[in-house]
Structure formats: C-alpha cells, structure tokens
Design a protein around this ligand. Structure first.
Ligand code: AMO
Length: 431
C-alpha cells in the first residue's frame, strides 16, 4: 500500500494510500491546514479541512514541526493547484519521529546558506531535492559506465587501497601505519591495473577512491575522490581515447534519457556532445595560450590561466589535449620513438576542466626501469610491479576519469565538493 509521492496517479483518486516522508512545509490557515510532505521522489499536498478530518488527526497536523518524519494515510483527490496535481485528505497522520527546532539548515532553500554551513549539516542539505538530484544522476552515471564498459569487454576489478609506493608524481601521499611497516593510501590503481594486463585480463576497469594529499584548497580538488579507471591490452593511446569519448557520450545519452526529473529539479539542460571529440596537440594548446599572453614554458603543465584562455578559444566543449611533453607525465607514459621528448598521452578536457588523463604505457622492462630512474625513482621499491614486465607483458594503454569532475562539468556545479556526499578537503574531516 505504501506509495512514493511520484507514484500517485489517476488510479488512486478516491482510494486510500499510505505515504511516508518529511514535513517540508506547514501552512496553517486556522480551520484549514496544508502540509507538504516530501519523500525521495517529490512532494504531495496533505489537506486538512477541520470539518472533514478526524479531530485528533487535525490536532497532530496543528502541532507537527517541519522536517518531522510522518506516515500519512488518506484518500487521494485531484487538485490542480497542488504540486503534483493531487492531494491527500488524511484519515491518520502518525508522527514517526519529531524534528527539533530550530533547524540547522533550511531545506526549502528560502534562506540561502554558505557551502561550509551546508556541508557541516550535510545530512540535512541532502534532503533538498535539487541536491539529492546530483546523487540520483551520479547513480545513473555509474550504471551507465558499468554497462558501457561491460559491453566493451571490460571486467570490473578492485585493487588495494593500502599500498607501499607512489604512482603519480606531483601529489603527495597520505602515510598510514600498517603494523610495523610504512604504508600509504593509494593515489591511483595505476600499478595494479597494469599488472592485471600481465595476468591476461586484457580489459579491466575499477571505480574506487583515490587519495591525494593536495595541500591546496581549490574548487576542483578533493583529497579523496572517485576515479573511474580502465586498462586495455593490445591497443595504443588512440584506442583508449576512443573508448573514453564513446563512454562520455553514452553517459550523457543515458542521463538525458533516464534523469529528466532530476535534471529539471536542478534546472540543467543537458547538451549531448558529438563524436569524435576534437584533438589538439600540447604544442598547439601552448601556442593558443601564448597568443593570448599566457606563457607556458615548454615541458610544463598548462597553467589554470592558460587553460582558461584555451577554453575561451575552443569553447565549453569536450576535447583532448594530446602528445604531452614526456617530462609532464608519470614514468609509465610511453615516449614516441621518433621524438622521445613527447609521449603517447592525452588529457580529456571540458572547457578549462581536466576530466581524465591517460597514456599508452611503457611495456618493456628495460625502458620502464630507465624511465623510473630518469624521474628520480628507485626501481627497488617497485619490484612487485616490475616483475610483471619480465614474463610477457602485452602492449597496453589506459586512463583515469574523475567521477566528481565528470558530474561537476555535466551539471554546471561550481565547486567539486557539491559532487561528493561527504567531501574530504584540506580542512574537512567530518562529517
Ligand atoms: P591523474 O592523476 O591525472 O591520472 O588523475 C586522473 C583523473 O582523476 C581526477 N583527479 C581528481 N579529482 C578530484 N580531486 C583530485 N585531487 C584529483 N586528482 C585526480 C581528475 C584526473 O583527470 N594513473 C593516471 C591515470 C591513467 O593514466 O590511467 C592518473 O591517476 O579527473
């Protein structure tokens, strides 16, 4: 008998339904009370004319506090002025758990709140339909990713998050104590997804947290993020770029199709990108930036201002920046034979935001060891990884795609913290 508010339809008119939810609003006009009940799927108006409902039910409605959890049983009527076109005249209103007043945060959003206040009381912030929509869409993205990659022959795996080495240069590791040994939280499944290529899995993907001890507090960085990673054998970087652009388009199509209600809650109009994505070389990107007065010394990462002017020139679209200087990318990136200063690498951008990066990997043992040394790494610490390259490692490529960045760019969120339930940043360790 229980229905979500969204399930109430013409077939319920004149019948009894039971709904559960939170008291979103109370309008008490004396002899007539309107309660707006909110559940996961939307709202329903509960209308109590004093003369038409049992006196004790009317009394409960008189006293009920906003955000209390209630059960409502009553008859459905058509009501064009109500949020979903229906209202319930209740027989019973049972308060299952009363809320304390005042509320730490306004769910109706009549009073705007700072992001920090919202995150401090995140459980309450997440009650807002506009905010909950982000996570309903996120759920659909993940489903879409899993379907797409499975259809393309990828196998979902989980690799350890407690590890002994760094993988990505540039960001620091979080040290943890692991009995008598030194250990770290993993920055990326990089080494393990590569090892699985030596095991013959051929195509794997993982959706899991990555931990990065970024000191800087930006609107694009988290200290704990979710990365969608793939690794694929017998293909080069072009092969995995094709998978990546195909995946992005599929995710947009699926969200467009399945999340109409949530996109509406968020007031977002989705534009499905078209294939193939533009590819521009690193040196072309630098040239564009420099024409607009943003100097990028060759071999350095593109700065935020450089990416901003690049996005202004190219537009707020998906595009790849390919063929990065070898010194910009980690040790496992494969340099071009004909020009080892440049490697088989790419970043996927949306406007000025980096969504993903990937490379073809060095699969020959000697070259890999040499590349590690050139980057100042000691191969001894990577023995468990390097061993896999000695006994038949296929050529392979892969990428990592930041889930929060994908959500952020899709839904025009201004801060990456909006795209994660309980963000971990430079200052935030709770909730
Ligand atoms: P990279 O370090 O570029 O590459 O990370 C891949 C993608 O992960 C996301 N990301 C982050 N998102 C939020 N906060 C962070 N601190 C953060 N750090 C990374 C970004 C980024 O594009 N091993 C390679 C991938 C590969 O080559 O397979 C890697 O980790 O969206």
């Amino acid at each position: 008998m229980r229905k979500w508010t969204s399930e109430i339809g013409d077939e319920d008119v004149g019948r009894d339904v039971t709904v559960y939810g939170w008291i979103h609003e109370v309008r008490d006009l004396g002899g007539l009370i309107f309660l707006i009940l909110r559940d996961r799927e939307g709202f329903i108006q509960v209308t109590l004319p004093r003369k038409k409902v049992p006196p004790d039910t009317f009394d409960v409605a008189k006293k009920v506090k906003r955000e209390s959890v209630v059960k409502v049983v009553g008859i459905v009527k058509r009501e064009p002025k109500a949020p979903q076109g229906y209202e319930i005249t209740p027989r019973v209103i049972e308060v299952l758990n009363e809320s304390v007043v005042p509320l730490p945060l306004e769910v109706t959003e009549k009073v705007p709140a700072e992001l920090d206040t919202r995150l401090d009381h995140r459980f309450m912030d997440l009650r807002k339909p506009r905010i909950q929509a982000i996570f309903r869409i996120r759920h659909n993205i993940l489903q879409s990713v899993r379907n797409f990659l499975s259809e393309h022959g990828f196998i979902e795996v989980n690799t350890p998050k407690i590890v002994s080495t760094a993988t990505e240069g540039g960001t620091e590791l979080f040290p943890i104590s692991y009995f008598e040994k030194e250990a770290f939280l993993n920055q990326s499944p990089q080494l393990y997804k590569q090892i699985l290529m030596a095991s013959g899995f051929d195509r794997v993907f993982e959706i899991a947290p990555i931990f990065r001890a970024e000191e800087h507090n930006t609107t694009r960085h988290l200290n704990e993020a979710i990365s969608i990673d793939i690794e694929m054998s017998f293909t080069d970087h072009h092969g995995v770029m094709k998978i990546l652009e195909g995946l992005i388009v599929r995710v947009y199509e699926d969200v467009f199709e399945r999340c109409e209600k949530f996109l509406k809650w968020m007031d977002v109009e989705l534009e499905i990108p078209s294939l193939p994505f533009e590819r521009i070389r690193y040196d072309e990107a630098v040239e564009i930036a420099e024409k607009r007065g943003e100097e990028v010394p060759w071999g350095e990462d593109l700065t935020t201002p450089a990416l901003k002017v690049l996005a202004e020139e190219i537009g707020d679209i998906h595009y790849f920046i390919v063929d990065w200087p070898t010194e910009c990318k980690p040790f496992y990136a494969m340099p071009y034979k004909e020009n080892p200063k440049v490697c088989r690498s790419f970043d996927l951008m949306k406007g000025a935001l980096e969504l993903a990066s990937g490379t073809q990997r060095i699969h020959r043992y000697n070259e890999l060891v040499e590349s590690m040394r050139a980057k100042g790494l000691n191969p001894d610490g990577f023995e468990f990884y390097l061993e896999a390259f000695r006994y038949g490692m296929p050529p392979h490529s892969g990428w990592g795609l930041g889930l929060e960045r994908l959500l952020m760019s899709m839904l025009n969120l201004k801060n990456i913290r909006e795209a994660t339930l309980f963000p971990r940043d430079r200052h935030r360790l709770t909730p």
